[in-house]
Design a protein around this ligand. Sequence first.
Ligand code: SER
Length: 391
Amino acid sequence: MNTDHIVRTFVEYFQDRGHRRITGSTLLSPPGDSVLFTTAGMHPLTPYLEGRPHPLGRRLVNVQRCLRTTDLDEVGDSSHLTVFEMLGTWSLGDYGGSQSIDWGHDLLVNGFGVDPRLLYATVFGGDERSGPDTDSLRTWEERGVPVELTTDENWWSNGPTGPCGPDTEIFVRTGEGPPRSTPTGDDRWVEVWNHVMMRHRRGDDGSLGLLPRPNVDTGLGLERLVAVLQGKRSVFETDLFEPWTRTVPSLWPLDEPSLRLVCDHLRSGIVVIGDGVLPSNTGRGYVLRRLIRRALTTLWRDDPSRTLGDLPRELFQHTLDHFGQSEPGGRVREVFLDEEHRFTRLLERGRRILSRPRFSTPLDEEDYSYLHDTHGLPRDLVRGLRGGTPG
Ligand code: SER
């Protein structure tokens, strides 16, 4: 099953059960939101989870692109990506958690062909916030799926305030040999699907109340699901990254973690530019700048003559097409090249300034402030030029 087939199977399964497909939003979070980018499939739906009626009804399904930079240092392993897609379903005050679990189990086993013996679920075991989620526990037991009870790992929220609630996560066993432990103790259990009983709301004063109606919000990370279904060790080995992993290694020989980081960051950079962001020193533009500069720093570690100008045009277009973005690939490429040029100039200036006698001893706070305020050299970059890795 290739990625398109997997997405279609998911969406049609829920459409057949009365869900309307909503168009995924861009990566830009709605105005007034406290975060810069959409970080979860439910994010653009927050007002509807909080009680506003949705124009398409009470059963929804979608595919939403998301960007998370909280895990930036983990990019390079087999599963972390900065831009990823989330398949999601919602019951806005309609059916309950047991129905959601039932469909989830049926789709994984009968729709996607996952061996039911490879499944494990985690369920909220109860704490001072809320009692144990006995409905989910019973539903899984009826389906013969083993359950691990946890507390913090099974309480979902998208931030300090807003809709939240207990969740149940579905794991699929990967790798060779019998599991060494339950999902929280053996990372060969891969979490594929989260079903959140979104019935609470955390207020600005920290208090926990009930939402006007209980919802169910579910999310599956597409890339991870594809890797599991295609039997791949890592998301980078799936068809989603095929043009990247086919072209980049012959262009720039890199070790495995560096190759993953470069592919991830450049791919994310394309999508962020495709959603209308340009590199800058603040906000969204700064996130984009960091993605491109981190990729360049990795490329230049072995060979400073490498340039993004060598990146095949096919990669720009393939990525923009996959995300349904209309920005011309040639324009995105120009933004990359312009940013590469600025970064090159900044590094040259930084090297010149840091070679002054004043900076021959270890730097103190005053030096860092001076370099930043007078010469526009961020601390990370200065550290990198003095032997670490600019980030
Ligand atoms: N909100 C949950 C998550 O992001 C499910 O959509 O995992």
